[in-house]
Design a protein around this ligand. Sequence first.
Ligand code: HPA
Length: 269
Amino acid sequence: MNPFERASKAGAELVEQLGGGFDATVVLGSGWAEVAEGLGSVTGEVAAEAITGFHPPSVPGHGGTLQAVTVGDRRVLVLAGRVHLYEGHPPADVVHGVRAAVAAGCGTVVLTNAAGSLNPELEVGQPVLISDHINLTGQSPLSGPAPPDGYAIRFTDLTDLYSARIRDAVRQVDPSVGEGVYAGLVGPHFETPAEISMLARMGADLVGMSTVLEAIAVRHVGVEVAGVSLVTNAAAGMGGALDHQEVLHAGQAALSRVTDVLSTVIRVL
Ligand code: HPA
């Protein structure tokens, strides 16, 4: 089965298990796992591995459930249990969740992640809207055989990839939310200070190990994308030592702030 057919099968299964009518999907990153409960009422839940093409989680801090959550008058599909390139998964698997969510009818995709900050104005604990990205993974979800009939060609325009409309609307409600360019690397090691200084010169404000391939895949199918990073640490060489537990703790500490920002994003959609 090609990746597009597989995602469409998964989308149909999601609708069957959780009901349809989704307005948006939210992909939860490291440290965001507990946000779902605070967002609204959970009306349905299914284990990721029960749906075609989804993997069981392998990274602490990434729960593996797919939930239908009602937030105000919106129906949101919350995907916890993202898979990453650094786990050895190919790009098609990394973007399977968002393709399936679009196939299930989600009209907007909100990608969240944990990130290191290269910009002293973006502090630990702060949610930051992604304004653009630098894809340094060396990969694309659109490489390989051409998309099947009925899909756009693979030469996707990434101008205005992260919806300016959503960013403006969120900042109107909450001016304390930051904004910055996200550099996506493969990981799983953190960067060297020399790499961080290179990224800063390239124009990156944030650095992480996810999001960029998903954003590209979503734009390819013509769906609006928003990205929110939670700053969990100062980037290598700009603060103390780095470790994954610190990333998860920063997520916990900022739980109510990130929940508020995510609700705002959903309300302005
Ligand atoms: N680098 C890469 N990925 C990350 C970081 C970081 O400093 N913090 C959280 N995810």
